[in-house]
Ligand binder design. Structure first.
Ligand SMILES: NC(=O)c1ccc[n+]([C@@H]2O[C@H](COP(=O)([O-])OP(=O)(O)OC[C@H]3O[C@@H](n4cnc5c(N)ncnc54)[C@H](O)[C@@H]3O)[C@@H](O)[C@H]2O)c1
Ligand SMILES: [Fe+2]
Length: 385
């Protein structure tokens, strides 16, 4: 066994109604709070942000609401949010939403104290000053950004997604309240559920996996397999929703320690180059990348298959892994109703070369379990077209 380190920074508060703790959490990080809420228009429209502001109103906590975050947030999005935060003079940030508002909030929290532009901090640990404290409230099944130190921001000048990874960007607390996710629109539920499953599978099979992350990922895979379909299809199944929300946070905690793999390396490139929603890119890529990685991790893919309920425990690892990659995962994706080919979502083949180049520079490329060439990535993109 190799030496390994596991760390988890945010306090995690979960369960129905946990959003009512928001006031206490805010006051525990800042006794005289001025709260900058970072969210998007969909969260405002769905009434989720008003559930949070109702608690703040009740407790006499001053706040300003910024709701202009866009999916795959850009440097421009960060600049707009930062300007609004400076105008308001906030001292705590509450991020409400999926990965896009949470990552924008992290970028703003770091830039507010460290200065400069977000592109100055692309890479590992380049922010030296503590960030403004963040409390994260996830509202999708994907990303796990609420428990990690990474912000993913699109560099619109160069058309790729930057990863800004800095310990100071870890939220102080993550409030995972399934009441906020129970009415998630089915399309977003499906694509973000596959994002969470991809986090768990890639973190479990990548080169930096360790025994603690294995435990988190296996439990996350089991919860997603058992609850995903109900959580996606029936809009009011609180138990299934709660289990999916927990699975997403567990996989997020694991991936923050291990990194991911080729699905995410290519999906980030697709987000930057083609503005493809993250969950959609993952949904299409997952079965194809798993088939490519199969020779490197057959035993682990067998365990993924068994964990997802397939009758493959008695097969040899290679055969079991084949069933996992060609049957179990595609069937799960089909059940979730996510797109299975890039042509269905209008991807232009002319972008393949640029996507492959960016994927090889992504932070998730090195931990992929199988050595990968540009030709391999082009072949995966072609197969998934
Ligand atoms: N920081 C990380 O570690 C990390 C990890 C993976 C992905 N990401 C990034 O996260 C972003 C994707 O985040 P995402 O997939 O969570 O989606 P998202 O935040 O982009 O949201 C997608 C859409 O869903 C809507 N929505 C979200 N929750 C809702 C709810 N409960 N009810 C109704 N509508 C709702 C939003 O309004 C938005 O229109 C990408 O930019 C991706 O690169 C970050
Ligand atoms: Fe992801």
């Amino acid at each position: 066994m190799q030496k390994a380190v596991f760390s988890l920074k945010p306090k995690i508060i979960f369960g129905p109604g946990s959003i009512n703790d928001i006031g206490d959490e805010i006051r525990s990080v800042e006794p005289n709070p001025k709260v900058f809420i970072c969210t998007d228009a969909g969260i405002v429209k769905s009434g989720i942000s008003s559930q949070v502001t109702a608690v703040l109103d009740d407790q006499g906590i001053q706040y300003a609401l910024f709701s202009d975050v866009v999916p795959n947030p850009k440097m421009e999005t960060v600049d707009q949010a930062l300007a609004a935060m400076k105008k308001f003079g906030g001292n705590v940030i509450v991020a409400i939403g999926g990965g896009s508002p949470m990552d924008t909030a992290k970028a703003v929290a770091g830039l507010y104290t460290n200065g400069g532009k977000i592109s100055d901090y692309e890479g590992f640990e380049l922010m030296k000053k503590p960030a403004i404290p963040i409390i994260a409230i996830p509202t999708t099944y994907g990303t796990g950004s609420e428990v990690g130190s990474c912000a993913v921001i699109t560099n619109e000048e160069k058309n790729y997604k930057m990863m800004i990874i800095s310990d100071c960007l870890n939220p102080k607390a993550a409030i995972v309240d399934p009441d906020l996710l129970v009415a998630l629109p089915p399309k977003i539920a499906a694509s973000t559920a596959i994002d969470a499953l991809t986090h768990a599978i890639e973190s479990y099979t990548c080169l930096r996996a360790n025994p603690v992350t294995d435990a988190l990922n296996i439990h996350a895979i089991k919860l997603i397999a058992q609850n995903g379909p109900q959580a996606i299809m029936s809009n009011c199944n609180l138990e299934a929703t709660a289990n999916m929300a927990i699975a997403s946070t567990l996989a997020g905690a694991a991936m923050g320690n291990t990194g991911l793999g080729l699905v995410h390396a290519i999906a980030h490139a697709l987000g930057g180059v083609a503005d493809m929603p993250h969950g959609v890119a993952n949904s299409i890529l997952l079965p194809y990348v798993m088939r490519f990685n199969l020779p490197a991790v057959p035993e682990k893919y067998q365990i993924v298959g068994v964990t997802m309920g397939a009758d493959v425990a008695k097969l040899c690892p290679l055969e079991a892994a084949k069933v996992t990659c060609t049957k179990v995962i595609p069937e799960f994706c089909q059940l979730a109703g996510v797109p299975s080919k890039f042509r269905e979502v209008g991807l232009d083949k002319k972008l393949f070369d640029m996507i492959a180049d960016y994927a090889m520079k992504d932070g998730n490329f090195p931990p992929n379990p199988r050595v990968t060439t540009k030709e391999d990535i082009l072949a995966i993109l072609e197969e998934a077209y």
